[in-house]
Design a protein around this ligand. Sequence first.
Ligand SMILES: Nc1nc2c(ncn2[C@@H]2O[C@H](COP(=O)(O)OP(=O)(O)OP(=O)(O)O)[C@@H](O)[C@H]2O)c(=O)[nH]1
Ligand SMILES: [Mg+2]
Length: 304
Amino acid sequence: MLSWNRLRGALSRTSHALSKGVTSLLSRPHLDAETLSSLEDLLLTADLGPQGAAAVLSSLKEHLPAEPTLQAAQEALVTAIASLLEPYERPLESLAQLPRNQPVALLLMGVNGNGKTTTAAKIAYFLKERGRSVRLAACDTFRAAACEQLCHWGEKLSIPVCTARPGADSAALAYSALESTAPGEILLVDTAGRLHTRGDLMAELSKIRRVLGKVCPEAPQETLLVLDATTGQEALAQAAAFQQCAGISGMIVTKLDGTAKSGIIVPLVQEYSVPLLAIGTGESLEALSPFCARAFAEALVLSA
Ligand SMILES: Nc1nc2c(ncn2[C@@H]2O[C@H](COP(=O)(O)OP(=O)(O)OP(=O)(O)O)[C@@H](O)[C@H]2O)c(=O)[nH]1
Ligand SMILES: [Mg+2]
């Protein structure tokens, strides 16, 4: 898990953009309507979206003391953001608690380049550290390089990778990979990137889902959507399409280290009521942080 300082460092692009403005606005002696409207603009710049920004402001007004010091006003803003996100916190640790009496499949899906393969490796590392037996399935059979990328992670982590030749049926590979997964073992199914607007590719994802269920009726026990925070509001449309096609049991938002718009997390969880398990904050295996609403809100609002 990332320490407070490392999390703040990872979110520094957003917090640099937000915390300075917030500090200067909240330092004003009277938090009048004009000040609150400027604060709303700042929240919109960080991609909280109109509903998210309005919800934060209304919660802030509730939590603000009559004549707040800067510190009290900042604290109220942290509480306002955190309280919106808290209902959607889901411990990453819950993945390590997945059943031990059946083969477990964890399906990773998302648009091209969102970070699925890297996230599969990070989760494999996380689960392995917690004593779970893990294997990977390279169900992105479109590109030979995709298989190589996953095999590279498999080697690094010393875990088996189920592969097929390029162009092979990805659902058939998912089926045989889960068949070779022992009860209690966790199979991370990496899939090809697919544009949420392509009906044929989305149908293929439904097929992968279906065949996993033929091996074990409960599988896939998790259907995780990987979203890239740098795509901003576009992530909202992606979540809607994947929710409709495959259902989402949890989200992972990557590349928060590369954007000034980390606030996108607020409308994402609010609109789809899907829990957030973790955030990606870099390219290394360790750069996956369990999502903690309060730590996230603090990292955004409080200046370094
Ligand atoms: N900075 C940063 N880079 C990331 C993060 N997660 C993934 N990346 C990088 O993003 C790029 C794409 O990641 P992949 O894991 O290959 O993405 P993918 O969704 O599997 O891509 P396709 O298989 O092509 O659809 C790689 O260069 C990763 O190292 C993150 O949290 N932060
Ligand atoms: Mg990939």
